[in-house]
Write a protein that binds this ligand. Structure first.
Ligand code: SF4
Ligand SMILES: [Zn+2]
Ligand SMILES: [Zn+2]
Length: 314
């Protein structure tokens, strides 16, 4: 098998693109794909300051590497979620990655927030599924860090597989309001939100893993323990079966949705959409008096106080 570009021996084959590349040409191909996504969807420019949410997984670290290579002004933001070994390991990997490359890194720690907001504790106390508690805490923490640091854009490492699985889930339930907002660039709807973008939305998990491997990026291979059994994984498996039968399915599913369907769904949604107001406590965007994060903090504080007062004296 020969490289499509230079005819040297190829190291990786991409069935979806009917192409094979040697290592240097693959790295160039990957960077160009990211650049094309950024420019094609007008995600950001080199004059803007980017905050990249990094988890320690291959996608966010590969994206950090590419954005820095391409000369963007990017700072990483890692949120420690308090999920046992997984969080400890991912933090170590992120810190080592940033330190060896001299990249700027900010760290948030949920255990140190308010009444102590480690995901497993919040989930147990509020009887929410872990991923629901985690989602609220992550979204808020990223939005707040981007606003507080004066960043222009919040970047995430969602890849093609993530986006295709999310799209399939939204289509299967015809969640038109979610579909109307599923796009690679989301403009802010509140002065304390910044633009949100996903430069890897057309690059598969496999392509990112190959890039990370070729660049010698040391990432957390294990997924978060709470992802086991998540519906999202079932959708990913189904999509992988379709992809194996018909390479390119995931790409066209997501790309054509964004190009042809999403704009049509967004029109009426914009008309009906109400922008958030400000949380009376923290000032961040909220749809009621308090934002979701402050409501969660209240619930954790109350439930923890009840438990403490109910506990027998030692
Ligand atoms: S799998 Fe769930 S708990 Fe784990 S990081 Fe993702 S959203 Fe959070
Ligand atoms: Zn080549
Ligand atoms: Zn609030």
């Amino acid at each position: 098998m020969k490289c499509k570009r230079c005819r040297e021996k190829a190291e990786v084959a991409l069935r979806a693109h009917n192409a094979a590349f040697c290592r240097p040409c693959y790295l160039g191909y990957f960077r160009r794909q990211v650049e094309r996504a950024i420019e094609g969807a007008r995600m950001f420019t080199k004059d803007e300051r980017l905050l990249l949410a990094v988890s320690g997984g291959k996608d966010s670290l590969a994206l950090w590497d590419v954005l820095a290579e391409l000369g963007y002004d990017v700072t990483g933001f890692y949120l420690a979620q308090g999920i046992g070994e997984y969080s400890a390991l991912s933090r170590t990997k992120v810190e080592a990655f940033a330190a060896t490359r001299g990249f700027r890194l900010e760290i948030g720690d949920l255990e140190q927030e308010g009444p102590g907001l480690a995901v497993p504790d919040v989930a147990r106390l509020t009887r929410r599924p872990s991923c629901s508690a985690c989602g609220t805490l992550k979204r808020y923490s990223f939005d707040r860090a981007a606003h507080a640091g004066g960043f222009d854009v919040l970047v995430t490492g969602h890849n093609l597989d993530d986006e295709a699985a999310r799209l399939l889930g939204n289509v299967l339930r015809w969640q038109t309001d979610h579909l109307a907002r599923q796009r690679p660039v989301l403009e802010p709807t509140h002065p304390k939100f910044v633009r949100k973008v996903k430069p890897l939305y057309l690059l598969s998990e496999y392509e990112t893993a190959v890039y990370a491997f070729m660049r010698g990026i040391d990432y957390v291979v294990d997924e978060c323990p709470n992802s086991v059994g998540a519906t999202q994984l079932v959708y990913k498996e189904a999509l992988n079966r379709l992809e194996a039968e018909s390479p390119g399915t995931k790409q066209s599913f997501v790309r054509e949705f964004v190009r042809r369907v999403q704009p049509a769904l967004a029109e009426p949604a914009i008309a009906e959409h109400t922008d958030p107001n400000a949380c009376v406590r923290c000032g961040m965007p909220a749809w009621g008096e308090l934002c979701g994060f402050c409501r969660l903090v209240d619930e954790v504080t109350t439930k923890r106080a009840r438990r403490t007062s109910a506990a027998p004296a030692a």
